[in-house]
Design a protein around this ligand. Structure first.
Ligand code: UD1
Length: 420
């Protein structure tokens, strides 16, 4: 199994091209199920999760093919020949559940393996199912599978989400696009990836108002059509490399990064003593002076993203003073803490909060990656630490970070992948 070896302690300097957003790409690919015409996506990141979604859609009957030579455009289209999303694929990636809404809206039936427990909490899909039921689908659970059926078109409804779930908003939005009549999603999630999905659906012929707000109004249409859509840059990758610049005391230009997608990350980094300067095509993040401990609480967008919690904790580990990091979106998302403590961090977890007492420097150690964002936090810690860090189980990283070693090495990091 591959490992990543890092010799830390070098400030990063240079430029990193931000890839397309994984969390936008996955629902956009599922949206291809809503039409029999071709959907072409550009700026597609080269990631394991994208390949998993391509495999899932292929077994539903769609052709998923690269367009051109650059390898960053995908054409998806074809007839749906199978409405079952099997356990073997869904267990690899929870986002597989995003085929549920499109399948039931388009062909009136879907059987999707129930995503199991996952390393960052129980993560139920009750809000997805309730939303689809409100649109008129009949939903049942049996043998570890969700079955959703509809006779004819789904019917528009007003759906008030008790929590702005990203995945539930996306599933309901896609299903409502083909429903008969008007759907209102109140307390909808406002993450930029939802705006991107809505923009693509509009290009496919959907009628959606309130994009970017917490109230989406969808006037269902009978058919959607092909379109070409460019995936937005990955805000979590942008934020992760911003922390890489800050934690090593370097300066990185993040090509394509959009400051308006970073939400509360900008304020947190600024309060901690990091400079962020946007320009017309990206942003530059640098840190020349000391870091200050700053409290962080994860929240739905535009609050501080839970997908940046592990990374910001690394920054706070070497800041002056203490910082309280509170996780409100997921339970059990502090698996990186024992690993960071093995590298010399001083972090104590109390329920949903962690007190991080800054230390002058981390020191390299062998560590174990447990999930996607925890893995990248160990890379960041390794970059900042004195000596060698060896990260085990890096397959998590390949699910969501494209060419991480190449991008960092080009900016002066001593980082390599080792087999075995
Ligand atoms: C998406 C992102 C993930 C990110 C998360 C929160 C993708 C592919 N993944 O995940 O990287 O960390 O948003 O920003 O875009 N919940 C329920 N019932 C439901 C649905 C969710 O209780 O039916 C709970 C979850 O257990 C969790 C919280 O709501 O505690 C947030 O989940 P949600 O916003 O749905 O996240 P995902 O769409 O799974």
């Amino acid at each position: 199994m591959d490992k990543i070896r890092i010799q830390g302690g070098r400030p990063l300097e240079g430029s990193i091209a931000i890839s397309g957003a994984k969390n936008a790409g996955l629902p956009l690919m599922a949206a291809a199920l809503l039409t029999d015409e071709r959907l072409v996506l550009t700026n597609v990141p080269r990631l394991e999760d994208i390949r998993t979604m391509a495999a899932l859609l292929a077994q539903h009957g769609l052709a998923v093919e690269p367009v051109g030579n650059a390898g960053r455009a995908l054409a998806l289209g074809g007839r749906i020949s199978n409405t079952e999303a099997p356990y073997d694929i869904v267990r690899k990636m929870r986002a597989s559940v995003l085929v549920l809404g499109p399948l039931v809206a388009r062909v009136g039936e879907a059987r999707v393996s129930l995503p199991g427990g996952c390393s960052i909490g129980t993560r139920p899909v009750d809000l997805h199912l309730k939303g689809l039921e409100q649109l008129g689908a009949t939903v049942s659970l049996d043998g570890g599978y969700i079955t959703a059926t509809a006779k004819g078109r789904l019917k528009g409804a007003t759906i008030v989400l008790p929590f702005p779930s990203v995945g539930a908003t996306e599933n309901i939005l896609m299903a409502a696009a083909l429903a008969d009549g008007q759907t209102v999603i109140a307390n909808a999630a406002r993450e930029p990836e939802i705006g991107d999905l809505a923009a693509c659906l509009v290009a496919m012929g959907a009628r959606i108002e309130g994009i970017g707000t917490d109230r989406l109004t969808i006037d269902g249409v009978a058919h959607l059509y092909g379109a070409t859509h460019a995936i937005i840059p990955d805000r979590i990758e942008t934020g992760t490399y911003a922390v890489a610049a800050a934690v090593t005391g370097g300066s990185l230009r993040l090509e394509g990064g959009r400051i308006e997608h970073l939400g509360a990350v900008v304020r947190t980094l600024s309060d901690a003593g990091v400079d962020i300067v946007p320009d017309e095509a990206g942003l530059t993040v640098s840190r020349r002076n000391g870091l200050h401990g700053t409290d962080v609480m994860t929240e739905p967008f535009p609050g501080f993203p839970t997908d940046m919690q592990a990374q910001i904790m690394v920054l706070m580990s070497v800041a002056e003073g203490a910082a309280m990091v509170t996780e409100t979106v997921f339970e059990n998302r502090f698996m990186h803490v024992p690993e960071l403590n093995r590298m010399g961090a001083r972090i104590n977890v109390h329920g949903a909060s962690a007190i991080v007492r800054g230390v002058p420097q981390l020191s390299g150690a062998p560590v174990m990656a447990t999930d996607l964002r925890a893995s990248v936090s160990l890379v960041l810690a390794g970059l900042a630490a004195k000596g060698e860090t060896l990260i085990n189980r890096v397959y998590h990283l390949d699910r969501g970070y494209e060419a991480v070693e190449e991008k960092l090495a080009a900016c002066g990091a001593r980082i390599e992948r080792v087999g075995g």
